[in-house]
Ligand binder design. Structure first.
Ligand SMILES: Cc1cc2nc3c(=O)[nH]c(=O)nc-3n(C[C@H](O)[C@H](O)[C@H](O)COP(=O)(O)OP(=O)(O)OC[C@H]3O[C@@H](n4cnc5c(N)ncnc54)[C@H](O)[C@@H]3O)c2cc1C
Length: 427
């Protein structure tokens, strides 16, 4: 895996994004109510909401704003999270579970409200999310989703096999479900827009300012950048997700970083565009090794999925398996040329749901979105801000619980992918 060589610069989003404002490196010592480490959706949303709540904020990003997964993802604003509402209640208890499900229910709205309120130029589209079902297991899953989220009043609808074929322009899947809470954005532009909104609200954002040390100070926390410049703050937020390093003992082992890859075609010819996802849905599917795809505002087909981030032979992300999969699902793509391939790191957690972790007194981390961080990362940032402002938030404050077998994670990931592919084929 080599994330430096095949990520941020190679993406479709770099070619089509709104321009970035300049954020300088931290040049002198500062004081703030809150210091935030990481300039993606989580960190920026927390900075924005904290500033709106009247707190002074310094945000430090190691590279440039949106450099992590937030500037590279599929741009799908996905509703829900991995657990069904009943599983959420079983896991967290009935009352807490219900609160969490209601919070998650509003996560997509939060993204589109922020875009509206701060006039973020990021090609927002509120076309339903589609979950394509493969086989009997997939049909069970979408039926349960519609049953449970529908009971909570969510705008969800099952689609039978022929409706699915029609809305996808493909006969590959066996049914599915439409969830109108979802939508899509140009993710790099959305992230840059969040940064602009946070800065306008008063947050001080610094790029090229990698945090190299965190220590307790009289007033709260003192973080030091690689250049020896310091920020003293009463509260600390770590928002480094799949790029979490050794800053805080045990935090790196809380999540397993996984490579997620993307490929995008040249703009599609009109005759192909007419036949492929003709109603504008963005989708993912129910297989264990699922793909997700959509057509962006420039008419490019874009697909994402798992894989190895770096092919040493090609010196770039290797997405040939995704391109082949795209042509298998949508045969109309077989003569189309691919223009972009890139990748980044997501963060997997034990129960496949995000964690808000209380690291210590007045020190928090929010991470582990399992590839659903556009809506959930934005929501987590807001929850962190409200928690620091003294509100009683829905996300539970958890303790650090690092993976015991972290040193063997790559073996676990390889096994998971191998067995997932086998089960997708035969079960
Ligand atoms: C290829 C790909 C496709 C995806 N597709 C989707 C999708 O379609 N829909 C969806 O909802 N989610 C998707 N995701 C997941 C989503 O992008 C992430 O969950 C989300 O961006 C996480 O945001 P974040 O702010 O928590 O972390 P990140 O955006 O990863 O930001 C973490 C930041 O922390 C910085 N950092 C790390 N260490 C330090 C330090 N010591 N000092 C200062 N800064 C530091 C990093 O440089 C980085 O910029 C995808 C992810 C990838 C990689």
């Amino acid at each position: 895996m080599n994330d430096e060589k095949c990520g941020f610069r190679d993406s479709l989003w770099q070619a089509t994004a709104a321009e970035e404002a300049h954020y300088p490196p931290l040049g002198e010592n500062r004081e703030a109510d809150v210091v935030v480490v990481g300039g993606g959706f989580t960190g920026l949303s927390s900075a924005l909401h904290l500033s709106e709540l009247g707190k002074s904020v310094v945000l430090l990003e190691a590279r440039e704003i949106a450099w992590g997964a937030s500037g590279r993802n599929g741009g799908q604003v996905n509703p829900g999270w991995k657990m069904m509402p009943s599983e959420t209640e079983a896991h967290y208890g009935r009352d807490r579970g219900r609160r969490i499900s209601r919070l998650i229910d509003g996560a997509c709205d939060l993204v589109f409200d922020l875009i509206d309120r701060h006039k973020i130029d990021c090609a927002p589209r509120r076309v339903p999310y589609f979950r394509a079902a493969y086989g009997a297991r997939g049909i069970d899953e979408v039926e349960q989703w519609v049953h449970e989220w529908g009971a909570m009043g969510a705008p969800v609808r099952l689609k039978n096999e022929s409706e699915t074929h029609q809305l996808m322009g493909s006969t590959f899947f066996h049914g599915g479900m439409e969830d109108a809470r979802g939508g899509s954005v140009q993710p790099l532009s959305y992230c840059r827009g969040l940064a602009r909104a946070a800065a306008q609200a008063g947050a001080k954002l610094f790029a090229q300012s990698e945090v190299s040390g965190i220590e307790r100070a009289k007033s709260g926390w003192r973080v030091t950048t690689g250049k020896g410049v310091k920020v003293n703050a009463r509260f600390l937020i770590i928002a480094t997700n799949g790029y979490t390093g050794g800053l805080w003992p045990g935090l790196k082992r809380q999540v397993v970083p996984l490579a997620s890859l993307q490929a995008a075609t040249f703009p599609l010819p009109e005759k192909v565009l007419r036949t492929l996802l003709p109603q504008g849905h963005h989708l993912s599917d129910s297989r264990r090794m699922m793909i997700y795809c959509r057509i962006d505002e420039t008419g490019r087909f874009q697909i994402g999925g798992r894989g190895s981030l770096f092919s040493p032979a090609r010196q770039q992300a290797d997405t040939r398996h995704l391109q082949a999969e795209a042509c298998k699902i949508f045969p109309q793509l077989k003569d189309v040329k691919w223009e972009f391939e890139w990748g980044g790191l997501i963060a997997a957690t034990r129960h496949h749901v995000p964690h808000l972790i209380e690291l210590d007194k007045k020190a928090y981390a929010g991470l582990g979105y399992h590839g659903r961080g556009v809506a959930m990362g934005t929501m987590m940032g807001k929850q962190l801000a409200e928690l620091i402002a003294g509100e009683d938030v829905a996300m539970p404050r958890e303790e650090l619980s690092p993976f015991a077998f972290y040193p063997f994670r790559n073996i676990g990931v390889a096994w998971h992918m191998f067995s997932g592919r086998l089960m997708d084929k035969y079960m």
